[in-house]
Design a binder for this molecule. Structure first.
Ligand code: COA
Length: 302
């Protein structure tokens, strides 16, 4: 754990910061002194998260700014960056954490299903990077951008083709801009988390009853804990990592060395089982979307 207030001069915007891992990162960065903007699609979720972060860190509530925004909408993202800079005087950091994903047999995927994920993950990351990067260049302050990618960005993985393609693009963006924007003193890195339990990721990516098996294919034999990822992100957003740019650090208990994240489903489930299970997960996702109140988010299980 980094101690003290190494981020006290920082203003960091986190996409998808109102829930799951994004919220955990926001809390850790706030604890270390940063002023934080959290972006997400639902105002009420963001406000609750901001309150939670304020309570947990004893920071003044005006240091945590919740802004509703869909990362697919570039003008809205630009406006959120502008509001952040106006509220806090500048923007020094961005974490591209917002994502969308689901398990699907690719032959059953619609072009719009593919596009939806690429729009959130790749275009959304580009939108926030472009808006925040332009602002950092204009401020002449330098800056720090962290992209949340995944180990299958370089491995590929069965059943998450849209996400694998989009995250591979994010990794290419990380390395390309690390070189291009170094002259503006903007660092750009990535982390590649393996399985970290959150209600969102588990609902979409963990078939029921497969948790124990999933652990067996991780050399460290357990899932990640939120604070472990948040600490790595804090390190990469801090001056402690001042000489690191263009890096992508896996944080997955060694899982990727054992094979792509969902490739094992080609062995552990037959096509009929896969079809049934993915369909069941999709129905659950739809019913949650239509009746959010009857399916309240579960508590994180770090
Ligand atoms: N399997 C196959 N296709 C799916 C799907 C699934 N589980 N879920 C959505 N789709 C397809 C839809 O059928 C639709 O395509 P169509 O118009 O050809 O039918 C397309 O994707 C868009 O779906 P829609 O529900 O309208 O999109 P949305 O913007 O409301 O939701 C998701 C986007 C699907 C990514 C949604 O799950 C989401 O917003 N997730 C964010 C959080 C998240 O995924 N967290 C986990 C990250 S690890």
């Amino acid at each position: 754990m980094l101690e003290g207030q190494p981020l006290s001069q920082d203003v960091i915007l986190i996409t998808g910061g109102g829930s799951g891992l994004g919220k955990s990162m926001a809390q850790t960065l706030a604890q270390l002194g940063a002023k934080i903007t959290i972006l997400g699609r639902r105002q009420s979720v963001l406000e609750e998260a901001a309150q939670e972060i304020t309570n947990a860190t004893n920071r003044p509530s005006e240091d945590i700014l919740p802004l509703p925004c869909d990362v697919r909408d570039f003008p809205a993202v630009e406006k959120a960056v502008e509001t952040t800079a106006q509220t806090f005087g500048k923007i020094t950091g961005l974490i591209n954490n917002a994502a969308g994903n689901f398990l699907a047999q690719t032959e059953k995927l619609s072009p719009n299903g593919f596009k939806t994920i690429v729009d959130i993950v790749l275009n959304g990351t580009f939108h926030a990077t472009l808006a925040a990067g332009r602002k950092m260049i204009q401020q002449n302050t330098g800056g720090n951008i962290l992209n949340i990618t995944t180990t299958y960005a370089w491995m590929g993985s069965a059943f998450v083709v849209p996400s694998a393609c989009a995250k591979a693009g994010v990794l290419a963006m990380t390395r390309s801009l690390a070189v291009e924007w170094a002259e503006y003193k903007i660092r750009i890195n990535a982390v590649a988390p393996g399985p970290f339990p959150t209600p969102g990721a588990w609902e979409k990516l963990m078939p029921e009853g497969m948790e124990d098996f999933a652990k067996t294919k991780i050399p460290l034999k357990r899932f990640g804990k939120h604070h472990e990822l948040a600490n790595l992100c804090a390190y990469l957003m801090s001056p402690y990592s001042a000489y690191i740019t263009g890096a992508c650090i896996p944080i997955d208990g060694g899982e990727w060395l054992m094979g792509g994240e969902f490739n094992h489903l080609t062995l552990t489930l037959n096509p009929e089982q896969r079809s049934q299970i993915f369909e069941m997960m999709r129905e659950r996702q739809k019913s949650k979307k239509n009746h959010p109140k009857q399916n309240p988010p579960q508590k994180n299980n770090p």
